[in-house]
Design a protein around this ligand. Sequence first.
Ligand code: HEC
Length: 182
Amino acid sequence: MPKKACMLLILALPLLSYQAGKSDFYELSPSLELTRPRPEDFRTWHFSGSAVIPDDKNSNKAIFPGIHQVYIDPDSYKTHQEKGVFPDSTIIVMEVLHIDQRESVGGFGYFTNGGQDILVAIKDRRAFKGNGWGYFLFGDKEIKSGLPSKAAEDSRCTSCHQAAAEEDEVFTQYYPDLRRKK
Ligand code: HEC
C-alpha cells in the first residue's frame, strides 16, 4: 500500500471504529441507580412515536399529562427487529413534555411550556426481577434543580406495564413502530 494511503487509513480508523456505546449515555450503578439520560443523547436514538395526553380530557387525572415522545436505543431496536426480543441492556426513554392549551394564530392547540419528565425503562435480567425491566422517573422539579442526577428504581411502574402492555412490558399497541416488522 502506498505510504500516503496507509497514513490516511490509520487516521481514519478511530473514526470508523468509534460507535458511541450506550454506557456513554447512561450508567446503571451497582446500587441500581440510573444517571439521568440527556435529551441531546436520546433524541438521536430511534424515534418510536408520540402521543398527546391532555389533562383536561382526563378529568385532570392523567398520570403523565403532556406530549409523550418515545425513543429506543438503536442497537436494541435493531436486535428486536431481527430477533423479536428486547435484549438485555435495552433502554427505552419516554420524555413527557408538559403542555398548556392556547389559542394560537394557527388555531386552538396544546403547546409545550418548558416542563419535562424523563421516564426510562431498562431491561437487565441480572439486575431486575420478573421480566427483567427496571423503571426510573426523573421529574421536572429535579431536572430543573439539576439534582439529583440519579434515580432509584421505581417499583410503582412495573405492575401496570406487566398487566397492560402488549409485548414484554412495552406498550407496542400504542407505539406500533416498536413492533417487529415481519
Ligand atoms: C397505570 C399504568 C402505568 C403506570 C403506573 C406507568 N406507566 Fe409507563 N406507560 C403506560 C402506558 C399506557 C404507556 C404507553 C402509552 C403512553 O402513555 O404514551 C407507557 C409507556 C411508557 C414508556 C415507553 C415505553 C413503553 O413501555 O411503552 C416508558 C419508558 C414508561 N412508560 C415508563 C414508566 C415509568 C418509569 C413509570 C413509573 C414512574 C411508569 N411508566 C408507570 C402506562 C403506565
